[in-house]
Design a binder for this molecule. Sequence first.
Ligand code: AR6
Length: 341
Amino acid sequence: MPLQIIRDDITRVKCDAIVNAANSKLRGGGGVDGAIHNAAGPGLHEECMTLGGCKVGFAIITKGYNLPCKYVIHAVGPHWFNGKFGEAEQLASCYRESLRLAKEYGCESVAFPLISTGAFGYPKDQALQIAISEISRFLLETDMLVFVVVYDKDGFQISKKLISDIAEYIDECYVEAHYYGRSTVLNTFPLDDAYYQKSAAIPQAPSIAHSKPLQSQSLDDLISTIDESFSQMLLRKIDEKGISDSECYKKANIDRKLFSKIRSDINYKPSKTTAIAFAIALELPLDETKDMLMKAGYALSHRNKFDIIIEYFIKMGNYDVFEINEALFAFDQSLLGGIKA
Ligand code: AR6
């Protein structure tokens, strides 16, 4: 099941388990720990006091008491010094241990705060990368719905370089849409050399293993795809790619049940974000992504930030749905995949 980044107070998230960013004595404290203890009531503190603490990089599970969850998993993250004291491995271990416990206790859903990024000072962009990479690796093997809960959006940062590259690309595309808009009206608005040089500088996708080269498709093949539905196209592309259904929906960050619905209904109309998530999972180039979207009744436009960000990643040949979601989240856009149509 998928990974979702949400902005919320973790004590309000309804799922089987929430993770606490605890200290090694499990005594409670400030930040998310304080909020969780306040919302859970004194029973949580009493249980914590019977556990004998927990080492950095490990996690321990308790009941949820008054919280809207069955369990609280207390993970002890590292203090950030300068990154040279094994902080990354300790933080990664917190995620692995918490997920292992969630699985052992039969949880179908779990929510994480960004462990160590408050009082313990871990840089948020690096901590988020570790969270996403550990959770997505876990989800390749296990069905679970995992939330990463970001509390204060202001403190949320993905790599500054990525943000500025995307922002620049958005600007360029808006300029382009603006030029096209005016030229259709005035028909006298030539694009200058600087514009073309800028456009040429936009990196192109490295070659990706595409199933069937165009020249090898017969005209009959092409004609037979004209009337195919979104679901038929998706299943054909999965076959052509030689990947399994589960590889595809996991890479798309799509819930298994939603995939089954699409598989069994040839006229299924997915949301735009679901359709794009599959195009990303299949690593389709831009023209094929547009074809696939058209089957579901959508298009990509340069007047829409969400669409431009998707186009940016496709042109960069970056088909990592979790990285794309980080960027979409940073730009306040809807995320790809999930459990809804
Ligand atoms: N929901 C979701 N995230 C939250 C919430 C909330 N209600 N409140 C804060 N955050 P921190 P740490 C975010 O300091 O760095 C405690 O005293 C916050 O914005 O809670 O691991 C413990 O007892 C930040 O991004 O945890 C430990 O002694 C993230 O949660 C120590 O702090 C983690 O911030 C642990 O420090």
